[in-house]
Design a binder for this molecule. Structure first.
Ligand code: G3P
Ligand code: MG
Length: 243
């Protein structure tokens, strides 16, 4: 099995992160998977963005949770990346899924539930309900830094793979794995390079694997996957190491 190449927030290295152009680029770059992040708006819509605040990636200010979807749709999510992307909008989960369906994307769709800073009430139920009502061509994998989100999703959709995200604390991840709630871990690559021998033998998909050196490390150790801003580069290096 080749190590899966998963595009972080879409092809974040070459497009405005977590926007439709970034997801299209990920597909065109030949990524095996796409990672993205989901939050809740004030009116309970599933919003695709990394930060809890709109400030860094858009021309707006404040928290996603304090905006309605209509207000979020007024913001520009491309212009800060490059003027060529001016007018790019913040997508909803449904818009991203419809895009992947349109492109017949059959890889991994890794949806990170961004509940580690704001515990969006009911977000797991909304996500599970969404996927229970939509046929999709891709393989869904949930992940979260917040163990309770993973546990709730496992209750709602035990058939969908969940993986634990962690930086330096592995206790929660180990417990969830022992309880068969998570199948794998998505750790920080910097942590993995120091500690990975201490981990139980589970599937690992570290992030954010952007250097050739870190990519080669993941490929040599035959990790299940890696999450990268540069899926095109990751494919070229994988060819050299894994064939
Ligand atoms: O899901 C892997 C990675 O995205 C976790 O970190 O902060 O980029 O969402 P972050
Ligand atoms: Mg993420």
């Amino acid at each position: 099995m080749l190590t899966q190449i998963i595009a972080h927030r879409g092809s974040k290295g070459t497009r405005p992160e977590n926007t439709l152009p970034a997801f299209i680029a990920a597909i065109e770059d030949g990524a095996d998977g796409i990672e993205t992040d989901v939050h809740l708006s004030r009116d309970g819509q599933l919003i695709i963005m990394h930060d809890e605040l709109v400030d860094r990636t858009t021309n707006g200010t404040g928290r996603i949770v304090d905006h309605t979807l209509a207000e979020l749709k007024q913001l520009d999510a491309g212009v800060k990346y490059a003027s060529a992307y001016a007018g790019t909008r913040i997508p909803t989960l449904d818009e991203v899924v419809q895009l992947l369906i349109q492109y017949n994307f059959t890889g991994i769709f890794n949806l990170e539930i961004k509940t580690n800073k704001i515990h969006y009430e009911g977000i797991e139920d909304l996500v599970a309900d969404y996927f229970n009502h939509h046929q999709v061509p891709f393989t869904l994998i949930y992940s979260s830094f917040y163990g309770k989100s993973i546990e709730r999703l496992h209750i709602l959709q035990p058939e969908v793979e969940s993986d634990s995200l962690f930086k330096t604390k592995v206790q929660t991840a180990k417990r969830l794995h022992a309880q068969h709630i998570v199948l794998g871990y998505h750790p920080d690559i910097r942590w993995v390079r120091v500690h990975w021998l201490l981990l139980p033998k589970v599937q690992l998909r570290p992030w954010t694997v952007n250097t050739e050196r870190d990519m080669r490390f993941c490929y040599r150790h035959r990790f299940a996957g890696l999450i990268t801003d540069y899926p095109g580069l990751a494919r070229r290096i994988r060819k050299q190491v894994q064939g």
